[in-house]
Design a binder for this molecule. Sequence first.
Ligand SMILES: [Zn+2]
Length: 81
Amino acid sequence: MGKRVKKKQRIRKRQRKAPPKKKLKFAHAIWKLYKVENGKIVRLRPTCPKCGPGVFLADHGDRFACGRCGYTVFKAAAASK
Ligand SMILES: [Zn+2]
């Protein structure tokens, strides 16, 4: 008579491991771009002519590049002027 019906065993899913916390990186080292000399602010990086004076060009060793519009100036060309 009594057919034994096996109960479906619930397999516990392993709990997902929490993703490793990303190390905080300094997004913008703005304080490195400015220097105060005799009460005047001196910008240590060239600014982008396309984006305006508020956007700095990133130093890539041999060239300066704008991260916003892609404007690139090679140091060799800038030094010759
Ligand atoms: Zn730009």
